[in-house]
Every structure is written in structure tokens, then in C-alpha cells.
Write a protein that binds this ligand. Structure first.
Ligand code: DAK
Length: 277
């Protein structure tokens, strides 16, 4: 397992082992073909500071570019996933400063990560924290997880897709109560409403995500990426256009060696060995 802290020193890339600098807001490591990213600002409940976001995007992109990594796990700590964007960073900012920070571009880059991202969420996932979880593809929630969009309580509203993704995930009426009145929902409610994939005991929130990631990392990597793309398309298009899109990606997979390997292995009753081509 390679452990690294991402900061000034992270230019070495995630294959270099770097002794842990605990104050780095993002930590990462590789476990086989899984890239693991940890939010690490315990003193501020993992609030998403500008620096944290910068490092988070850089780390996710470096895993996305690394052919040896097939799946990414993004986790906070057992106590907290993330309590939102850093309010102290924004409190006195003018509209012009907010514009110049161009933070939307960073969120957009997270949206563009092609490999599957599994969120391992325990404790608070609030505001930008809830939005970050919703940028992931699968959410494994500890039974202690609490999701909310409480921006209304501090004079604003969700700014990283919360009004759109939450509404698509749980429906207008539940989303309205969370966005307009800052209501938090429990992990169980989130599962019932369709916001999370699965709820697990708190001591397993990370191991369950890692196990799933390890299993998924054995799947053909190109098919993983194209299948993610196709599912995400369902949010953005009509059914007929989505079906058309899916069909094209499906055909495209017949141009890969992994498709031949997967189907031959089935016929020959053996385990497939995928090469990512
Ligand atoms: N920002 C900065 N610091 C935070 C923080 C946050 N979001 N949340 C907690 N902290 C800090 C606290 O200030 C405190 O620091 P010290 O006072 O010890 O220095 C420390 O973390 C511990 O917090 P508490 O003492 O408050 O802990 P409690 O257990 O009592 O309460 C809590 C936990 C999560 C209920 C509470 O901390 C809380 O309500 N936090 C704020 C939650 C919130 O309102 N979140 C939404 C933030 S607004 C954008 C994209 C996205 C966004 C904005 C722009 N663009 C693309 C432009 C997103 C906006 C948001 O998320």
C-alpha cells in the first residue's frame, strides 16, 4: 500500500511514497487497483477549503489518469464526511471575489472524472459535503451519516448542484424540505429516499466501500468507465436519446480486447484476465 499526502510535495505523484504530513487536507493511497482519497481537516469537520478542493481535484485527476487504478474510493473520517464548504473562506467574500475564485470549474472537473468513485460517508455530509457525495457514483453510508443542505441557514442556497442532484435523487418534495428548511436526514432515510446505495454499521463504512471497490476493480476498466458515462447520461437526456447513447457505447465495447476476453472466458469456463484495452 502506498500512502501519500498531497500538497506542495505531491508533485511527485501518487506512486511516490511520501511520509504522512498529517496537516495535509487530502491524503491518498493506492490499494491494488483502487485509489483511496481521504478528506483530512478534522479540526474543521473536513470543511472544503479552497486548498482542500484544489488538492482533491488534483488527486482525483491523477488517479483518473493512472491506468493502474480502476476505481476510486473517497472517504472522510468515521466522525465526519464533510460539513460543507469552508464558511470562514466565504464569509467576507464579495461577489467579484467569488467569481474570480472560479470554484465551479473545480466541481466541474470532479464531475468529469471517468472512473467510478465510491463515497464512504460517515457522520455529517452537509452543504458542499452532501454535494460532493452526490458527485460520486455509489454512496456507502455509515448508520451515523447525516445528509443536509443547510445553506439556507447562512443566507445562501446550494451552489454545487445540490438543488438539481438532490431533487433527481429523492424527488421534489423531500428535496424542498431539505433545501428550504435545512432539514437533515439520517442514513436510513437517505437509503429509503434513494440518496445512498447502502447503509452499513459505522465500523464498516470504509471497509465496505473498499471491498466493493476491490471487486469492481476486477471488472474490465473500459466497460466500467463507459457504463458510468451511460448511467450519468440518464440525468441529462430524454429516454430515446439515452438509449441511443447507450447503444453506441455498447457497440464500442465490441472493439475492445476485454470484450473478447470476457466472453471467451465465459465460454471456456475460466476467469477472465482483463487488460484494459
Ligand atoms: N466551515 C468552516 N468551519 C466549519 C464548518 C464549515 N462548514 N463546519 C464546522 N466548522 C468548524 C467550526 O467552526 C468549529 O471550529 P472552531 O470553532 O473549533 O474553530 C469546528 O469545525 C467544529 O464545529 P462545531 O463546534 O460547530 O461542531 P458541532 O459538533 O457542534 O456541530 C455541525 C457540527 C456540522 C452541525 C456544525 O459545525 C455546523 O452546522 N456546521 C456548518 C454546516 C453548514 O452550514 N454547512 C454548509 C456550508 S455552506 C460553491 C460550491 C459549494 C458551496 C459554496 C460555493 N461554488 C462552486 C462557488 C457550498 C456551500 C456550503 O457548503
Amino acid at each position: 500500500m502506498l500512502v501519500r499526502a498531497v500538497g506542495a510535495v505531491a508533485i511527485m505523484g501518487h506512486r511516490g511514497t511520501i511520509s504522512g504530513v498529517m496537516s495535509e487536507p487530502i491524503l491518498s493511497e493506492t490499494r491494488g487497483q483502487v485509489g483511496v482519497v481521504r478528506l483530512n481537516r478534522p479540526e474543521a469537520l473536513n470543511a472544503l477549503s479552497l486548498e482542500l478542493m484544489k488538492q482533491l481535484v488534483a488527486t482525483l485527476e491523477s488517479f483518473d489518469d493512472d491506468p493502474a487504478i480502476h476505481v476510486i474510493v473517497l472517504a472522510g473520517s468515521e466522525k465526519v464526511w464533510a460539513a460543507g464548504a469552508d464558511i470562514k473562506d466565504m464569509a467576507e467574500a464579495s461577489a467579484f471575489e467569488m467569481y474570480e475564485r472560479n470554484q465551479f470549474a473545480r466541481w466541474e472537473r470532479i464531475r468529469r472524472i471517468r472512473k467510478p468513485i465510491i463515497a464512504a460517508v460517515s457522520g455529517y455530509a452537509l452543504g458542499g459535503g452532501c454535494e460532493l457525495a452526490m458527485h460520486c457514483d455509489i454512496i456507502i453510508a455509515s448508520e451515523t451519516a447525516k445528509f443536509g443542505q443547510p445553506e439556507i441557514n447562512i443566507g445562501v442556497m446550494p451552489g454545487a448542484g445540490g438543488t438539481q442532484r438532490l431533487t433527481r435523487a429523492i424527488g421534489k418534495f423531500r428535496a424542498m424540505e431539505m433545501v428550504l428548511n435545512g432539514r437533515f436526514i439520517s442514513a436510513r432515510e437517505a437509503a429509503e429516499f434513494g440518496l445512498v446505495s447502502r447503509v452499513v454499521p459505522k465500523e464498516h463504512y470504509l471497509s465496505a466501500a473498499l471491498e466493493l471497490a476491490e471487486e469492481m476493480s476486477k471488472r474490465p476498466p473500459l466497460a466500467l468507465k463507459l457504463a458510468k458515462e451511460a448511467v450519468l447520461k440518464a440525468h441529462e437526456t430524454t429516454l430515446s436519446e439515452g438509449l441511443e447513447y447507450e447503444r453506441k457505447l455498447f457497440y464500442m465495447l465490441f472493439a475492445t480486447e476485454d470484450q473478447k476476453e470476457g466472453m471467451r472466458a465465459f465460454v471456456e469456463k475460466r476467469k477472465p484476465e482483463y487488460k484494459g484495452r
